[in-house]
Design a binder for this molecule. Structure first.
Ligand SMILES: Cc1cc2nc3c(=O)[nH]c(=O)nc-3n(C[C@H](O)[C@H](O)[C@H](O)COP(=O)(O)OP(=O)(O)OC[C@H]3O[C@@H](n4cnc5c(N)ncnc54)[C@H](O)[C@@H]3O)c2cc1C
Length: 384
C-alpha cells in the first residue's frame, strides 16, 4: 500500500471544482432541476473548466492521457452543487471515448471536439420497450444496404433523447439473436426518419429523458462505431467506467445533504437544546458518514483499477448498486433531520432525493449489478 491520496494536481482540481459547485451550481440547482430544459449555460462552464475533455485525445481538445480517477473526482465534486449538471463528464466521457477510439476518423473529427467544447450533447440508446435489463435481446434492426445500413426500431428511457445532436444507437443484424450481431452506430438525431419523444420522470428533468424512434433511417458506412456485429461486449466495457463515476455522482449529492443536516442539527433546537445533542439525530448521520466514506473509496478503487488496466467489472457493478442506495438513504435521513422544512421545496433535499433515485435503475438496477458480481463469484449458475 502506497497511499490513498490524490496527486497534488488532482487535489487542486478537486478544490477548484468544489468551489465552483458551491458558488456557481448550488444556488440555482433547484431552479434548473424544476425544468425539462438542458442547462446549456452550466454545461458551457464545465467545458471552460476542462471537465468535458478528461482523458480524451488531445487532437480533439481533450487532456490526452486516460484519467478515470480525475473524471470521478470531477463528477463527485460537481454533484455537490448539482447532480444533474454533474452527469455531463460521465456521458461525454462514455460517448466521446467510443467515438474517438472506435469511430471513423471523419466521424470522430466532426463530433468529438464539439462534445468536448460543450456545443452538443449525445445520447446512448440501448434500452427498448421490451429489452432493458436483458439488453442483449434488443430488437432494433440495422439492415445492410448499399453504402451503409437502414435502421428501424424503438428506444425508450434514453437520457438526452430530447436534446442530443447525436446518438450512439445499438441495433442488430437481421436474423441475429442474443449478444451476437449487435452493432453500434453514430446517428445524427436530425436525420430523416428519426422521431423523439419526451418522457419526464420523477427527477433529473434537465437530462431530457425520452424515446427515440427510427424509421428506415439511413446510416452511412463510416458511421459504424467499433466492429460490426460485436458491439455488445464493448458497451459493457464502457459501463465498467460509467458505473463507479455515477456512484460518485450519487455520493457527492449525498455528502452535500449530510453536510446540510449536520449544520441544521447544530442550530435547530428542541427540548431546550440543539437537536445534534440527541443521539437519535447524530448517530444516524454518523452512520451515513461512515457508509459514504467507504463507498467513495470503493468507487475510486474501481476507477484506479481501470486506470491501471486491471479487471474491474465486479468492482464497477458494486459501485453501481451500493453507492446509489446508501446515497438515497443518506439524503432521506438528511431531509428528515430538517423536519417539515426538509420535505418542502424550499430546500434542495427533496430534489436531490428524486434526482439520485434515477440511478437506482439507470445504467442497470441493483439486481442486475448483483447478478454481475454473483456470476463472477459462482459462474453461470448465478445468472438467473
Ligand atoms: C433515469 C434513467 C436514465 C436512463 N438512461 C438511459 C440511457 O441513456 N440509455 C439507455 O439505453 N437506457 C437508459 N435507461 C434505461 C435503463 O438502463 C433501464 O431502465 C434498466 O436497464 C432496466 O431496464 P427496464 O427498465 O426495462 O426494467 P426491466 O428489465 O423490465 O426490469 C424490471 C425489474 O426487474 C428486475 N429484474 C430484471 N431481470 C432480473 C433478474 N435476472 N434478476 C433479478 N431482478 C431482475 C430489475 O432489477 C427491475 O427492478 C435509463 C433509465 C433511467 C431510469
Amino acid at each position: 500500500m502506497v497511499s490513498f491520496a490524490f496527486s497534488s494536481e488532482q487535489e487542486d482540481f478537486r478544490r477548484e471544482l468544489i468551489r465552483f459547485a458551491r458558488a456557481e451550481l448550488a444556488p440555482r440547482y433547484t431552479q434548473r432541476a424544476a425544468r425539462a430544459e438542458f442547462p446549456w449555460d452550466a454545461h458551457q462552464q464545465l467545458a471552460e473548466l476542462g471537465v468535458l475533455g478528461i482523458g480524451l485525445p488531445e487532437e480533439y481538445g481533450g487532456t490526452g492521457v486516460p484519467d478515470p480517477v480525475s473524471l470521478g473526482i470531477a463528477t463527485e465534486a460537481l454533484a455537490y452543487g448539482d447532480c444533474n449538471v454533474a452527469a455531463a463528464p460521465v456521458q461525454v466521457g462514455l460517448v466521446a471515448a467510443q467515438l474517438a477510439h472506435e469511430g471513423s476518423k471523419e466521424v470522430a473529427g466532426e463530433y468529438v471536439p464539439r462534445l468536448i467544447a460543450g456545443e452538443i450533447v449525445a445520447a446512448i440508446a440501448v434500452t427498448e420497450p421490451s429489452a432493458g435489463s436483458d439488453a442483449s435481446h434488443l430488437r432494433c434492426e440495422a439492415r445492410p444496404v448499399e453504402d451503409g445500413w437502414r435502421l428501424s426500431g424503438e428506444k425508450i428511457a434514453i437520457t438526452h433523447a430530447t436534446t442530443a445532436a447525436i446518438g450512439l444507437v445499438y441495433a442488430r443484424h437481421p436474423g441475429s439473436s442474443g449478444y451476437r450481431g449487435i452493432s453500434c452506430f453514430l446517428v445524427p438525431l436530425d436525420a430523416k426518419g428519426v422521431t423523439r419523444g419526451a418522457m419526464p420522470g420523477m427527477g433529473a428533468l434537465p437530462l431530457g429523458w425520452g424515446t427515440l424512434s427510427f424509421d428506415e433511417v439511413f446510416i452511412p458506412a463510416d458511421h459504424l462505431v467499433g466492429e460490426e456485429g460485436n458491439a455488445f461486449s464493448g458497451v459493457m466495457h464502457h459501463f465498467d467506467f460509467s458505473r463507479p463515476a455515477l456512484g460518485l455522482l450519487c455520493l457527492g449529492a449525498a455528502q452535500a445533504s449530510v453536510d446540510e443536516a449536520v449544520a441544521w442539527a447544530q442550530q435547530r433546537e428542541a427540548f431546550g437544546r440543539p437537536i445534534a445533542a440527541f443521539q437519535g439525530v447524530s448517530f444516524p448521520l454518523a452512520e451515513h458518514a461512515t457508509y459514504l466514506e467507504a463507498a467513495r473509496w470503493l468507487c475510486y478503487r474501481a476507477l484506479w483499477m481501470r486506470e491501471t488496466g486491471q479487471p474491474h467489472t465486479d468492482l464497477a457493478a458494486m459501485c453501481k448498486w451500493w453507492p446509489p442506495q446508501i446515497a438515497k438513504d443518506a439524503i432521506e435521513t438528511s431531509w428528515v433531520t430538517h423536519g417539515n422544512l426538509g420535505y418542502s421545496t424550499e430546500l434542495p433535499l427533496q430534489q436531490r432525493y428524486r434526482d439520485v433515485a434515477s440511478y437506482l435503475v439507470a445504467d442497470g438496477s441493483a439486481a442486475i449489478q448483483k447478478r454481475i458480481i454473483a456470476t463472477r463469484m459462482f459462474g453461470k449458475v448465478a445468472a438467473q
